[in-house]
Design a protein around this ligand. Structure first.
Ligand code: PLP
Length: 406
């Protein structure tokens, strides 16, 4: 066959291809892999390599996956491997994310949960509320189904829900969905207050809008007291769909997560997932199932929370030392991220290349806004870097800022 070359513009692409916006956040993984010089990596939202329970997972793998009669290499039920479903239901019993067998649906990570919900609920032209800044991989799933996004600013108490009501009124439209990351938000680290959680649920009920409750960091609280999750506050309201993942609490490469949704949605979730990937990777589900069933999660989380607290404090003290005169930053009580705002006019997108050359990587603010706002801000992940390296990385960041500022 004659070799064909074509630019994408000459191909008969679907209209929806224009809505596939890609991810600056994810692209930084390959960008960083191509670098050969020493870089302090504050960019990705990953647990530290040493925070992944590799020896326990390897031991489980050898035991559960290493024999010929294992059915772990076969297809599994679309709604999830029974062993994982059972272990997860037990793990969640008595906590704010407790759910039931008829609501539980296993997914290939949190992203697939968000995509399935978008596929089921969002039509082209639908209005979807997002936080501003937000996790744009999440808002990208809504865009890929043709949503129009309405950004609602976040302050120290999370999304400004009263403002959401005003901004919606100004559009003269009714939103179809509200995308929220209520706890230790990515990227700002802020947490939606209890009163705003309640108010958001009231508004959603009034609008008939789906609440996409994306809460991957809630189990990583290291200070303060837990708030009830949106999932708990919703008390089974059919408009609230909760997306969870093992990526931040066990390991992101496993690609295992779950959704808790109204039982009536399950046939749709099954149909949508069968047209996507049939079932979630079975060996990975078995690793997580045994990790939970053998009771490792509690101890693992206890250790991680203490370490993340230490790392956050180290990053904040390094910021105080090196950027105290030109920047402010958030003070999260859990999760992975600090949101830093520069007050000296430096554009964090322009700064990125220089910072990379100086040996430090972060994600520029505009990557967290569908409209490209926040040129004065940047996201730092404190979770994946040990305190000594963090101090070095923040010193490099200051050197880069000074170079750009002249
Ligand atoms: C808010 C939020 N939602 C969803 C995800 C995606 O999770 P997963 O890696 O399990 O797909 C992330 C990961 O960074 C996240 O921060």
């Amino acid at each position: 066959m004659r070799e064909m070359t074509a630019t994408t513009t000459s191909l008969p692409l679907a209209d929806r291809a224009a809505g596939l916006v890609g991810s600056v956040i994810d692209s930084s993984t390959s960008l960083l892999q191509r670098q050969t010089h020493d870089i302090v990596r504050f960019a990705m939202g990953s647990p530290a390599p040493e925070a992944i329970p590799t020896s326990i997972l390897s031991e489980i793998g050898a035991r559960e996956l290493g024999h010929a009669s294992s059915d772990a290499y076969d297809y599994a039920a679309t709604e999830g491997d029974p062993r994982l479903r059972e272990a997860l239901l037990k793990t969640l019993t008595g906590i704010s994310d407790e759910t039931t067998d008829d609501r539980l649906f296993i997914t290939a990570g949190g992203m697939q949960g968000l995509d399935l919900i978008g596929k089921i609920f969002i039509d082209p032209g639908d209005l979807v509320i997002t936080e501003s800044p937000t996790y744009t991989n999440g808002s990208a799933t809504a865009l890929s189904y043709g949503a129009e996004l309405l950004e609602v600013p976040v302050d120290v108490d999370g999304m400004q829900v009263d403002l959401a009501e005003e901004l919606v009124a100004a559009t003269g439209r009714t939103p179809k969905a509200i995308y929220t990351i209520p706890t230790f938000q990515n990227p700002s680290g802020t947490t939606l207050s209890l009163s705003r959680r309640r108010r958001l649920l009231e508004l959603a009920d009034r609008w008939g809008a789906v609440v996409i409750d994306d809460d991957p960091y809630g189990m990583l609280r290291f200070d303060g007291t837990d708030l009830p999750t949106m999932h708990e506050l919703a008390e089974g309201h059919p408009l609230v769909v909760s997306v969870r993942t093992f990526s931040k609490i066990v390991a992101p490469g496993l690609r295992v997560g779950w959704v808790s949704a109204d039982p009536a949605l399950h046939p749709l979730l099954i149909n949508a997932k069968q047209a996507m990937d049939t079932c979630t990777n079975v060996p990975a589900q078995r690793l997580v199932a045994a990790f939970l069933a053998e009771g490792h999660l509690d101890e693992h989380l206890r250790t991680q929370r203490a370490e993340y607290r230490r790392r956050k404090l180290a990053m904040q003290s390094a910021l105080q030392e090196h950027l105290g005169d030109i920047a402010t930053w958030t003070d999260p009580e859990g999760g992975f991220f600090l949101w830093v705002t520069l007050h000296n006019g430096v554009d964090t997108q322009q700064l990125f290349e220089i910072a990379l050359a100086e040996g430090v990587a972060y994600i520029p603010g505009p990557a967290f806004s569908p409209d490209g706002n926040f040129h004065d801000a940047l996201r730092l992940c404190f979770a994946s870097t040990a305190p000594d390296r963090t101090r070095e990385g923040i010193a490099r960041l200051r050197a880069a800022i000074d170079r750009l500022a002249g």
